[in-house]
Ligand binder design. Structure first.
Ligand code: FAD
Length: 510
């Protein structure tokens, strides 16, 4: 009899509770699931990162004397085959808060294990708790999870003899692998740790100021997101390295610090939000398809995947240069900073009145770091679908003027307007004739914002809105900011609180 360690989105050997708890002949397994990769939120750029992380995992496992066995197909069928050949005594994995497809697949694996007497142990890898009955003590439990000792890579485990490793396929299914990605992020543990070390050694010095603009954020932010999404390094290890670095920083003369204490603290709070958001999807997996607030759900109008407005938005040809620049840079790099993610999602839902599920799926495919538990609650939050967050209707022109005053980012990504003076690059519709090759704006921004505000006002006047919102808050809201902006950007949270105090319900970005 053997024990199988099933690697999913936890592609590492360090601090890997599932691997460390396996005994006897151990078979480390990853199953490439073509059906998962056919999902509307999966993409070639995500696969590329996953494949590179799998190669890294294979090398790390070889270092402790184990093969990484890779199979392509349905997990239950793969397990049934291994069980018939070797007899599986136990299956070890990490808990996964994935999309609805992986949720259903895990239930099928559970049924298979129960039917065949296989003990399946799922270990916690994030501060995300199954069957959580209340959010009240979540923060303390999360802190305890992150403070637990790191688990070293196990040594001396016995491999199952004569099992073919299996190749990691070039592609998980037949598709066009070209999805516009020009600058992929390197995968693997060494890449993740080098990002963290570089951030702490000085790259993060301008984190708090630099994170907001798409020009400065790619360097100022940690860029850990795809690594955390694929688990090439554990969240606990990142948290503990950061805490140790913060202690060292605190002991230094402030003038000698490579990054200010505030930068380390801001990163720590964002890492905290990672698990806070994933907990929402863990507690309510349907958030991928259903709005958190029932009135927002009732108000939804479906958007077809080939809707021309959706395509113009997703492909960066709306005629709104700053928005288009953000989308085009996302297509080319697989990454966008938080504020611009929030803006592009808000424009899709508010200005263009597209259904958040359709735009959210397009964004998911563009993000190398797609993490369903962060993504869907954030998509809903930026679309006014939660009922517990002060809605913010971003103005893509004002954001451009604020974050890219000289329109250099626009010039880089929207060459059609690069020859114009900077003020006109933001608003080429002010020219008598539109620049060649660039479309006129798909909406009048001011009129679209007013219409969106009116829709939101109507929604929030629905009978029972507040009572239902309190229910959403009880289930998902952060206890740290009682019913305020349930959002990590503290300056926004404070502004939202001020707006709420002043009796205003919405934030218009004018
Ligand atoms: C509509 C929308 C969709 C998003 N989808 C994803 C997604 O699929 N995957 C993803 O990892 N992040 C997502 N985010 C959150 C955030 O934008 C990214 O985590 C961040 O930009 C990643 O870059 P970084 O690692 O350099 O972040 P840093 O600023 O360096 O933060 C470090 C880590 O903290 C966590 N974090 C940071 N901001 C947030 C946040 N607002 N909410 C929750 N966790 C956060 C992430 O794990 C991140 O890697 C989304 C945000 C929005 C508005």
């Amino acid at each position: 009899m053997i024990e199988v360690v099933w690697f999913k989105r936890d592609l590492r050997v360090e601090d890997h509770a599932a691997l460390a708890s396996a005994q006897g002949p151990v078979l480390p397994l990853h199953v490439v699931e073509p059906e998962y990769w056919r999902g509307e939120d999966a993409s070639p750029r995500q696969w590329r990162f996953t494949r590179d992380a799998l190669l890294d995992l294979r090398a790390a496992l070889a270092g402790i004397g184990l093969p990484l066995v890779v199979r392509v197909g349905d997990v239950v069928e793969v397990l049934a085959d291994l069980h018939a050949r070797h007899g599986i005594r136990a299956l070890h994995s990490h808990e996964e808060t994935g999309n609805l497809w992986t949720y259903a697949r895990d239930r099928a694996v559970g049924r298979f294990c129960r039917a065949h007497g296989i003990a399946w142990t799922e270990h916690r890898q994030f501060a995300v708790f199954r069957r959580l009955d209340s959010r009240d003590r979540w923060a303390a439990r999360a802190a305890a999870h992150h403070a637990a000792p790191l688990i070293p890579a196990p040594r001396g485990l016995m491999a199952v003899p004569e099992v073919a490793e299996g190749a990691i396929p070039d592609q998980p299914r037949a598709w066009n692998p070209e999805d516009g990605l020009l600058r992929p992020q390197p995968a693997g543990r060494a890449a993740a740790l080098s990002l963290l070390d570089g951030f702490l050694a000085g790259r993060g010095a301008d984190y708090r100021r630099g994170m907001s603009s798409p020009r400065t954020a790619p360097r100022a932010c940690s860029r850990l997101s795809p690594h955390l999404a694929m688990g090439s390094v554990s969240m606990r290890e990142v948290m503990q390295r950061l805490a140790a670095a913060r202690q060292d920083l605190a002991a230094m003369d402030p003038r000698e610090r490579p990054i200010p204490l505030g930068a380390a603290d801001s990163l720590a709070s964002r890492l905290h939000w990672h698990c806070h958001f994933i907990q929402k999807l863990e507690s309510e997996p349907e958030l991928e398809r259903r709005a958190a607030h029932p009135a927002a759900e009732a108000a939804r109008r479906p958007t077809a995947p080939d809707d021309p407005l959706l395509l113009a938005w997703a492909e960066g040809r709306t005629g709104l240069p700053f928005l288009d620049a953000c989308m085009r840079s996302l297509i080319a790099t697989g990454w966008l900073n938080f504020r611009m993610r929030a803006m592009v999602q808000a424009v899709a839902s508010y200005h263009l009145a597209l259904d958040w599920a359709a735009s959210g799926a397009r964004l998911a495919r563009l993000f190398t770091d797609y993490e369903p538990g962060i993504h869907w609650p954030q998509v809903q939050m930026q679309s006014g679908a939660t009922g517990i967050n002060t809605p913010r209707i971003y103005n893509p022109v004002k954001q451009g003027l604020d974050q890219d005053p000289e329109a250099k980012f626009i010039a880089r990504w929207v060459p059609e307007v690069a020859h114009l003076p900077s003020a006109l690059r933001h608003m080429p519709w002010k020219l008598d004739a539109p620049p060649p090759g660039y479309p006129p704006p798909v909406v009048d921004v001011t009129a679209a914002m007013r219409a969106a505000r009116d829709r939101l006002t109507t929604l929030r006047a629905t009978p029972g809105f507040e009572a239902a919102a309190r229910g959403v808050y009880r289930k998902h809201g952060s206890r740290a900011r009682r019913f305020r902006q349930d959002d990590p950007a503290s300056e926004r949270a404070k502004a939202a609180a001020r707006a709420a105090k002043a009796g205003r319900q919405l934030r218009l970005d004018v």
